[in-house]
Design a protein around this ligand. Structure first.
Ligand code: GDP
Ligand code: MG
Length: 178
């Protein structure tokens, strides 16, 4: 099982997938450190960060977050990356239709090869760039609905909806049966 620990303390591996440049690393840094660095360099190798949150029912969730330098682009390596993941966060950039196409690819890939009980979230990031928006909110909603995913638009820059993203994922995690 991807989710472990006892009923009130969950622990789960979370992976982020999506085109390079959509803001995966910035989402993680915003969530874990509360920071945004517009000059941040490309992630070198895979980095690992963890963050624990408390939900309203006092369940705690420890997210073990795997962020990569894009090795998952080589499809042969992708399964190694998301193996054992209880959560997959698929990110696109709302100003980039190409990144939305790539998100659709990742949805299919995970349905074929991901663990069957994986919780999937679709994230339209860079929502602060509304003047440059090219992917309508409805398109994200529709893709998510068709595939039973949770959908949210975020901004790592302004912090909009970042905590909400992880809280919602926490709520959707399957609870271990006693
Ligand atoms: P990754 O390759 O998916 O990990 O993307 P990064 O996290 O490295 O971000 C790529 C670029 O997008 C960086 O220049 C960030 O400053 C910028 N970026 C990330 N998130 C946001 C956001 O929410 N809003 C804006 N305006 N820029 C962002
Ligand atoms: Mg990155």
């Amino acid at each position: 099982n991807a989710v472990s620990a006892d009923a009130t303390n969950l622990r789960v591996k979370l992976v982020l997938l999506g085109d390079s440049g959509v803001g995966k690393s910035c989402i993680v840094l915003r969530f874990v450190r509360g920071q945004f660095d517009a000059t941040s360099k490309v992630t070198v190798g895979a980095s690992f960060l963890s963050q624990t949150i408390a939900l309203q029912d006092s369940t705690t969730v420890k997210f073990e977050i795997w962020d990569t330098a894009g090795q998952e682009r080589y499809s042969a390596l992708a399964p190694l990356y998301y193996r054992g993941a209880g959560v997959a966060v698929i990110v696109y950039d709302i100003t980039s239709p190409e990144s939305f196409k790539k998100a659709q690819y990742w949805v299919k890939e995970l349905q074929k090869h991901g663990s069957p009980d994986i919780v999937m979230a679709l994230v339209g990031n860079k929502a602060d760039l509304h003047e440059k928006r090219e992917v309508p909110t409805e398109d994200g909603m529709e893709l998510a609905e068709k595939n039973s995913m949770f959908f949210i638009e975020t901004s790592a820059k302004t912090a909009d909806n970042i905590n909400e993203l992880f809280e919602e994922i926490g709520k959707r995690l399957p609870r271990p049966t006693p």
